[in-house]
Design a binder for this molecule. Structure first.
Ligand SMILES: *[C@@H]1O[C@H](CO)[C@@H](O)[C@H](O)[C@H]1NC(C)=O
Ligand SMILES: *[C@@H]1O[C@H](CO)[C@@H](O)[C@H](O)[C@H]1NC(C)=O
Ligand SMILES: *[C@@H]1O[C@H](CO)[C@@H](O)[C@H](O)[C@H]1NC(C)=O
Ligand SMILES: *[C@@H]1O[C@H](CO)[C@@H](O)[C@H](O)[C@H]1NC(C)=O
Ligand SMILES: *[C@@H]1O[C@H](CO)[C@@H](O)[C@H](O)[C@H]1NC(C)=O
Length: 543
């Protein structure tokens, strides 16, 4: 006989809000797609977000006093607090389920029968403390190796891994960690000799008019003020990172409008519990002293070198990489301020790394090559690739049907589809004539292919005309990034086996190139990456 105790318990249970675990499957003809990232469509209430800052060559160089190593995170679970009245059986079951560890309180005054659970509201359980976020070089990182404690660059890489361990969410086929907000300062002090040239250390030199520097501190990182995510009203979640590279100004009391002539960034995230997507609201402003700044929202692979970074990283993509041609990217973008004619807004920015001989990167910066491709939607951005300037065009264009046209074929080559192409500085057999990429702005050589809205990209869901997706034309995009990236030109040494194209970073955001007092503002929501079902590469799989 079922034992029923005439005695009741007021029992506070805490339940992790089961936030819409959409198992994404989209059936298109014979192909079924599923999400490749930890938070499909940015719908998970329990957010995982981190921030990082890079100098010109994607390192730290110098920490900003009081802010530690420039890595921080905001990760939390949403806890629903409910107050049910339970029978003894139910109570016992719950205790078993919670392993006796749940927060509990007994109150014998209640009678059974009052069985409607009462929702009391929500609380947030944060995973990352202020102490974690302020960790800086010289302070041991819990659980990490001690050999890098005094190396300012390696310390940041270890801090990212540590923050990842605190934010990690168990999932299939692999656990994942966080979205990554990325900041970069393009200033370079050529006399400080901090950045290698195509991965090779060089001494002080200058002046070099390709770079700005006002003197000591020009390569610094911004302040990183943090408003931990909190509940606003009954059911809205909101949090923020913001700061300035002009670190001598007190931003803590000021908003963007008050900060006259100062550089500024802000990323605010907001969501209604149980409904829709997170909305990431971004603002970036350049100043006289900091005229070249970047702000991106990245989804990186959970392991390995993500595009442009030669340390092990943490991220959202639940595999080591995405493989062309089999993935699509979906998101909603609403640009509200454009940042002038020298801003480059990347509707889609993808990064990877492979060597010129077709081998995967292994951390040897003298032969690893970062590969980037970006679709720029700033309408003022012109095509530098012209019939009389073919060194700024990829040697050939591949149409979606596979046919190729060479850049000397002025009748058929789509010059207007390209902003510019530059080859890797360590490429030995680049087509002539050629332009090599900036040898400093990466820890290793890089190759960049920047494209513009044009009918040739329409087939992949990309914009075909200038102005599409720009201010006043907020859109939800479904880009066939995988198939397009399969058809883009990238350099490899002649006679080497073409590498399978694998991408470890998919992001979007803006680069304001050497233009002071510009403001860019935009929101991103609904971000997702779709791959054919069963195509996941698990981490145990080599290749
Ligand atoms: C699948 O096809 C439908 C209808 O053509 C389209 O709306 C949808 O965006 C497609 N989804 C993917 C992932 O390609
Ligand atoms: C919050 O909840 C209370 C109680 O349910 C309700 O009276 C109030 O209107 C809600 N406030 C908002 C801003 O939704
Ligand atoms: C800010 O910059 C503007 C334009 O460059 C200039 O006219 C103004 O005097 C500056 N204001 C301050 C407070 O420096
Ligand atoms: C491929 O597409 C291009 C551009 O639309 C066209 O000019 C060419 O004739 C096509 N080639 C084949 C073999 O269909
Ligand atoms: C885009 O953002 C602006 C400014 O916040 C807003 O007024 C507008 O309604 C947004 N557009 C869409 C389609 O949400």
């Amino acid at each position: 006989m079922r034992k029923y105790l005439r005695y009741s318990i007021l029992f506070f249970i805490v339940l992790i809000s089961t936030s819409c675990k959409r198992s994404f499957s989209l059936n298109n003809g014979t192909k079924k797609y599923m999400s490749a990232i930890g938070d499909p469509g940015m719908q998970r209430d329990g957010l995982r977000v981190a921030i990082e800052s890079w100098n010109q060559c994607n390192e730290v160089g110098e920490e900003t006093p009081n802010f530690g190593s420039p890595r921080a995170a905001d990760c939390f679970d949403v806890i629903e607090v409910i107050q049910p009245v339970l029978t003894m059986d139910q109570y016992q079951k719950l205790l078993d389920m919670l392993g006796q560890s749940g927060t509990q309180k007994q109150d014998l005054s209640k009678e059974p029968g009052d069985e409607n659970p009462r929702k009391e509201g929500y609380t947030l359980q944060h995973k990352v403390t202020e102490h974690d976020n302020k960790l800086g070089v010289g302070t041991p990182i819990p659980g990490e190796s001690s050999k890098s404690f005094n190396n300012i660059d390696l310390y940041a890489a270890e801090k990212e891994v540590y923050l990842g361990s605190k934010c990690q969410v168990s999932d299939k086929p692999n656990s994942w960690q966080f979205w990554m907000i990325m900041l970069k300062n393009g200033n370079m002090d050529t006399y400080a000799a901090l950045c290698p040239k195509d991965g090779v250390k060089v001494g002080p030199y200058g002046p070099d008019h390709r770079f700005d520097c006002f003197g000591k501190g020009c390569m610094r990182h911004p302040t990183m003020h943090h408003k931990y995510t909190t509940l606003v009203g009954n059911d809205t979640l909101m949090g923020r990172f913001f700061g300035t590279w002009d670190v001598d100004s007190d931003l803590s009391k000021l908003g963007i409008d008050e900060v006259k002539n100062k550089s500024f960034y802000s990323v605010t995230w907001k969501k209604e519990i149980g409904k829709g997507s997170w909305v990431f609201h971004h603002v970036l402003k350049t100043s006289k002293r900091f005229p070249w700044l970047m702000l991106y929202l990245r989804s990186d692979a959970i392991q390995g070198f993500s595009g442009g970074y030669h340390y092990d990283t943490r991220g959202m993509i639940k595999t080591k990489y995405l493989v062309s041609p089999n993935f699509k990217v979906r998101f909603t973008l609403n640009v509200t301020k454009g940042g002038g004619s020298k801003s480059q807004f990347y509707l889609m920015d993808m990064g990877s790394c492979w060597k010129n001989n077709g081998q995967p990167c292994d951390g040897d910066v003298t032969s690893d090559v970062t590969r980037y491709s970006e679709m720029i939607i700033t309408p003022e951005t012109k095509s530098w690739c012209r019939p009389h300037k073919v060194e700024l065009c990829p040697p050939y264009h591949t149409f979606s049907n596979g046919s190729r046209v060479h850049r000397e074929d002025t009748r058929n080559y789509p010059y207007d589809a390209y902003h510019m192409y530059c080859g890797p500085g360590n490429g030995k057999h680049l087509a002539e004539p050629n332009r090599r990429c900036d040898p400093f702005s990466n820890p290793q050589a890089q190759e960049i292919l920047q494209i513009l809205p044009h009918p040739v990209w329409g087939e992949y869901g990309y914009p075909t005309k200038k102005g599409e997706g720009w201010i006043g034309d907020s859109k939800t995009w479904l880009l066939d990034v995988g198939r397009m990236s399969q058809n883009l030109y990238f350099y490899q040494d002649p006679g080497t086996q073409p590498i399978k194209r694998r991408w470890s970073s998919i992001d979007l955001g803006v680069e304001v190139y050497r233009d002071p007092d510009q403001v860019v503002e935009w929101t991103v929501s609904d971000f997702d990456i779709l791959v054919p079902e069963h195509s996941f590469t698990s981490l145990s799989n080599k290749n």
